[in-house]
Each structure stands twice: as C-alpha cells, then as structure tokens.
Design a protein around this ligand. Structure first.
Ligand SMILES: NC(=O)C1=CN([C@@H]2O[C@H](COP(=O)(O)OP(=O)(O)OC[C@H]3O[C@@H](n4cnc5c(N)ncnc54)[C@H](O)[C@@H]3O)[C@@H](O)[C@H]2O)C=CC1
Ligand SMILES: O=C(O)CCC(=O)C(=O)O
Length: 628
C-alpha cells in the first residue's frame, strides 16, 4: 500500500506563521505595529485551536496586515531561513518521496510555492489559498472560491485528490486534524517541533516532535540515526533548570523529579530511561543498573561519584560523566568561611544574641593568620583551599595518598598521623570511595591537637560520627563544620536525624558545599554538554568509567560504536567483518581500560544490515550503536 504524506506549511514546514512574519515586514515603522501584530497572533491561535472559524480568522488577519505585493520578496527570503530544522535536514525524503508528498495549507501560494519547491515538493502537489491585489499591489483579499479559504477546506482537497493508499497528515493545527476527523487520513501527527497546541495534541494519533519521528515511525530513512525525542531523560534531585532546558533543546524527552529516589523506586522509574541525571543523594546500585533496559549514560551533576556503582555501569556499557570542578570554588569558600566562624565561635555567640544574651569576650577567639591548616586530600578542592587559605595567612600542610604537587608554600606530609599532630585546623577533602569509610575515628581524633577545629565537607561516611561527638563533648575538638552525613534526608521534606545536633560550636549544613547559584549553573551546563557529546558523537572526554576518547564530528560517514569486554582479539574480529563486507573504513579510534574496549569506526555510507547484525553478534559485545 502506498503511503502519502500531507504536510501543513505554517509552523510545521516552517518554524513560524508566515502571516506573523509578513506583519512584521508590512507594518514596519507604523504606529499600530505592536497592537496589530499581537492581534494577528491571537487570531492565528484561535483559528489553529479551532476556536473561531478559519475563514474569519484569515479575513481579519489580512485586514490588519496592510501588506503589499512588494513585501513578498522580503517575506520569501525570510521564510527560507525559517524552514523547520528537521525538514531542512531531511531533503532526501522530499526527493525520494516527491510523488507521495503534498503540501496543503490555508496560507498563500505566493510565498509557499517558492519555499516548498526548493525542498523538492512538486508544484502540482501544492494546494494553498491565493491572494488578490488591487491595482496598487495592495493585498485586498483572497480568492473566496478556493476551497482552502473555507472551513473544512483541507479535507475537501484530499477528497478531490482521491489518493489510493494510506494517508498521513503532519501538522500543528486543528484544521490538519480535521482531515483525520473527516475519515480521510489513517493518522494525524501533531507536529510539535515549533509549537505545541494542547488542544491539537489531545486529538493526535501520535505526537511528532520532529519529522524524523514521523519517518522513524514509518520505517523511512531519516537524516539522523534515531529521533532524539525517543531518548528519555530522567533528572533527579533538582538539577538546575539550565541543565533541563539544554537537554530539552536538544530534543530529548526530559522528566524531572525534585528529590532523590530509593532503590526500589528507581528500579521501576529507570525502565525506558536512556539518560539518568542525579546528584549525591541517589544511590545508583547494581540492582538499579540491572533493572535498566535502555540506559546509555549517567550524568552526576556533582563531583563525587561514590553513589554510583561505576563497575556495574561499565559492565553494562553505561558511560558515567560528572562535573569534576564546577563547584570546587563553592566548597572552598564555605570551608574558609567556616574556619573563620569556628575559630571565633561566632555561631554560638550569634545564637545567644538571638536569645537576648550579650557575651562580649575574646576568650577562645582567635585569628586564622599563622594557624596551621591540615588538608587531608589534596585534589581539586584541597589544592584550591590551600591557595586561598595561604593567601589569608594560614600555613598549609597536606597529606594525600597520591603524589601531589605542593602549591605555593604548602608542606607535603608523608602520613596522616603527622598531619593530625601538626594541624590547628583539620579539613577533609578526600573522595568517597568505600575504602575511605571512617578514616577519621577515635584513634585519629586522639592524635589531633587539643582544641582543634575539624571540618568535613567531603562525604559523610569518611568520619565516625560517634567518635566526633565524643571529641566535641570532651572539648578535644573546639569547633566543627559538618556538611555531609552518613545518612542524609532524601528531600527537604524529610527530617534530619543525627547525634551531632545540639552540640556547641558546631556548624551543621545540609550538604550545600557545592550549592551556590554559580556552581549549579556551571554544573547544569557542563554535564549535559558531556552527555550530548557522547550521544551525538561517541566522545567520552571526562567520563569517569569509560576510556576517554575525543572524536571528530561525523562528516559524510556512518559511525559504528562498539563497546565490548576487554578480551583479546575483538578489534581483529571487527575489522575482519569490515573486510568481508568490503567496507571502506574512513577513520578508526580505539581505547581500552582494564575492563572494556571502546572502538569507534567511521565508514562510507554504504553498509548492509547483515554487517550490523554480525557486529552485534561478536562475542563479548556489551553495546553497539550506529550514528549518522
Ligand atoms: N560538600 C559538598 O557539597 C561537596 C563535596 N564534595 C566531595 O569532595 C570530594 C573531593 O573533591 P575533589 O577535591 O574535587 O576530588 P579529587 O578527586 O580531585 O580529590 C580527592 C583527593 O583525595 C585523595 N585521597 C583519597 N583518599 C584519600 C585518603 N584516604 N587519604 C588522603 N588522601 C586521599 C585523592 O588522592 C585525591 O587527590 C569529592 O569526592 C566529593 O565527595 C565535592 C563537591 C561538593
Ligand atoms: O550538590 C550536590 O548535590 C552534591 C555536591 C557534592 O557532594 C559533590 O559535588 O560531590
């Protein structure tokens, strides 16, 4: 059975309503411009939603336009730039299916024809209204005998065409739906790439956020390998709106959830999800990863990735990305602020003031100048804190399990014990790997100086909380700032339970070290960019569990992405298949880590389905995808 595609023009084939554009040209410099333009938009919407008769909407809009024939060339030039993005990239569809595509519009042939014929639509497959001009070229009306100037006009045209086959209507307006309502189409696709009209979407058989979606649904080759709207993204834990909007703009279907989810909830929610975004609260366990059926990438909208089972992700070919330095500065600033507040006992004094008590005294209150700051963990945060603390007069000492370059005048120490014995202020900046559980406990507090200030802004489980409580109670620790806890509430609505509550000179903060507007914007931009690079090109730069490969943009080629278990001989098998299928390789990139191999092969356009099947069937293949 032949398939015919009936395509609407305004807001479907082009991103705009041509009449709005004509108004902005014809009313340029006229005092009534703004008012007339908004009236035209309103009339367009009322007509498109089926709230007023189409003919009335057209008549009233034309009157407001005050347009002339001389405005049309400018309109046509502007419209050429406004062809919808997914239509622009699918010109091959217009060429291949030219005898099956009709553009039927209630707009005007005078500007529609030059645009759609340039895409490959045949002139006798264009049906539209026609303008009438007076002797001065002013638009004075339209041909009222044209069926498209009447309500139900589109259906009348289809009826007269008497097409022998299935009919698919693609449009954004109620008048497009009417073709289906009249029993003349098999399917109505509500096209939402440019505008989403609730009333139209409700009636659609299928929502099509792009032409690619229609082509994919109809098993027709499209310019991209997979419609983006089919890629579902789940963003948990209040990811910054900028991240949400970047992923939406890319065309993904994005769902947001304000809090974290527990394991069972997530096992359910993750079904069908291709990209998961989370922060520090959500535990992405092996069980969850094994419940995922489409997961391709995880974005940790934070630095730490200890909440994610990275091995399980790797074994399933799921690439994990984080934001390794987007909130570094924010944590450092909170640490500096906390040190000063604690060493002056400001918080307790402030609380007393709120209760009406004036306690002016210098006792136990010190400057930080000349005090020894001991940093445990000298990574991005530790090192930046080192520089800032030194610039305000502290002497910095650090201990790191890795070899790290001392910045400024910082002194590297060879053991944790040395550091604990030396420091007036101890600040923890290690990562949350499981081996770091309780690295600071009773023994370590005992090794610290009397009256030490102790900060943990890294991860809750690295400190034994009971030991810290005892150290505070016994006055061994004179002040402490704790931002992270072994158990943290899932959302702002859940209570905070912890034995540190109510102790003196303790700053408790709800895991907000990285929660500044600047950091969240940085993260919201950084992580989606990595994910989109990965989805669109296969690039894995900054992935925390995949071999890092920076790939060139695809040009006139197909990219085959093969993720496999790192066992000998896979690349040989891949290339043997290319040779057997006489495939010309235009570029190949390979990187492995201990567990997986990541092979990207760019090939000439021609390849067979058998090749793809054979590549997928290679033993130890974890994931395979094609990009074009
Ligand atoms: N409170 C908050 O809101 C935030 C907390 N964080 C936490 O801070 C941690 C550190 O962040 P970055 O400095 O960016 O990470 P990083 O990975 O650059 O640095 C961590 C450093 O700790 C060292 N290290 C690990 N275990 C150690 C041990 N047992 N003893 C001594 N050194 C050890 C590592 O060798 C590394 O140099 C993150 O992993 C995250 O858990 C990060 C951002 C915000
Ligand atoms: O802001 C968050 O949710 C987590 C911050 C954090 O701990 C991190 O970046 O590792």
């Amino acid at each position: 059975m032949d398939k015919y595609f009936i395509i609407d023009f305004d807001s479907t084939l082009t991103r705009v309503e041509a009449m709005d554009l004509l108004a902005s040209i014809s009313l340029e410099g006229k005092p009534q411009k703004e008012e007339a333009e908004s009236k035209i938009k309103e009339l367009t919407d009322l007509g498109m939603n089926g709230e007023i008769s189409f003919r009335d909407s057209l008549k009233d809009r034309l009157l407001l336009l005050e347009a002339n024939k001389s405005h049309l060339p400018q309109l046509i030039t502007a419209l050429k730039d406004q062809v919808s993005i997914s239509f622009k990239r699918n010109t091959a569809f217009f060429n291949e299916y030219s005898d099956k595509i009709y553009v039927i519009s209630n707009g005007f042939r005078e500007y529609i024809e030059p645009i759609v014929t340039s895409l490959g639509v045949l002139p006798d497959h264009i049906f539209a209204n026609e303008l009438i001009f007076d002797e001065k070229g002013n638009i004075k009306g339209f041909d009222e005998n044209n069926p498209l100037s009447k309500d139900g006009g589109k259906a009348a045209i289809i009826r007269s065409l008497d097409l022998d086959g299935d009919i698919y209507v693609i449009g954004d307006g109620h008048n497009d739906y009417e073709i289906k309502a009249a029993g003349l189409a098999n399917k109505f696709y509500a096209f939402t790439e440019n505008i989403s009209r609730e009333k139209v979407m409700e009636k659609a058989d299928h929502i099509a956020p792009s032409l690619d979606e229609v082509l994919f649904e109809n098993k027709i080759n499209s310019a991209i390998s997979y419609p983006k709207n089919r890629i579902k993204v789940l963003l948990l834990e209040n990811v910054h709106p900028i991240g949400v909007s970047l992923l939406e703009k890319e065309g993904f279907s994005v769902e947001v959830y304000p809090a974290g989810l527990d394991e069972d909830e997530l096992c359910e929610k993750i079904k069908g999800i291709s990209i998961l975004g989370l922060r520090s609260k959500t535990q992405l366990s092996r069980k969850v990863i094994e419940s995922a059926d489409r997961l391709m990438a995880v974005g940790a909208f934070c630095i730490g990735t200890n909440q994610i089972d990275l091995d399980a992700c790797q074994e399933r070919g799921v690439a994990v990305f984080n934001a390794p330095f987007s909130n570094t500065r924010s944590v450092v600033e909170l640490a500096i602020g906390s040190i000063i507040m604690l060493i002056r006992n400001i918080f307790d004094k402030s609380v007393l003031m709120h209760h009406g008590k004036w306690d002016k005294s210098a006792s136990g209150s010190k400057e930080i100048r000349g005090k020894k700051l001991g940093l445990i963990g000298y990574g991005n945060i530790g090192a930046q804190l080192s520089v800032l603390a030194e610039s305000i007069g502290m002497d910095v000492y650090y201990y790191d399990t890795e070899e790290k370059l001392a910045l400024g005048n910082a002194t590297k120490l060879d053991s944790l014990e040395e550091l604990l014995a030396e420091a007036d202020v101890v600040s923890l900046h290690v990562d949350g790997r499981i081996e770091n559980t309780n690295i600071i406990g009773k023994r370590e507090f005992d090794l610290m100086k009397e009256g030490v200030i102790f900060l943990n802004l890294s991860r809750g489980h690295v400190v034994d909380i009971t030991a810290l409580k005892e150290a505070i109670t016994s006055k061994k620790v004179a002040g402490s700032a704790v931002d992270v806890f072994p158990v943290e509430p899932k959302s702002n609505n859940d209570p905070f339970e912890n034995e540190l509550r109510g102790l003196p000179n303790i700053i408790l903060t709800p895991h907000i070290g990285g929660s500044t507007e600047e950091a969240q914007v940085n993260i919201g931009q950084f992580v989606p960019a990595r994910i989109m690079d990965y989805i669109n090109t296969g690039t894995t730069t900054n992935s925390v569990n995949f071999p890092n490969l920076q790939l060139p943009r695809l040009q006139n080629a197909h990219r085959l992405i093969h993720i496999h278990k790192n066992v000998p001989g896979i690349i040989a098998k891949i290339n043997q298949l290319f040779a057997e299928h006489e495939i010309n390789i235009v570029g190949q990139y390979l990187k492995t880590n201990e567990k997986i191999g990541y092979v990207i092969t760019d090939i000439d356009k021609a390849y067979s389905k058998d090749l793809i099947k054979a590549l997928r069937a290679i033993d130890h293949t974890i994931k395979f995808r094609v990009l074009y």
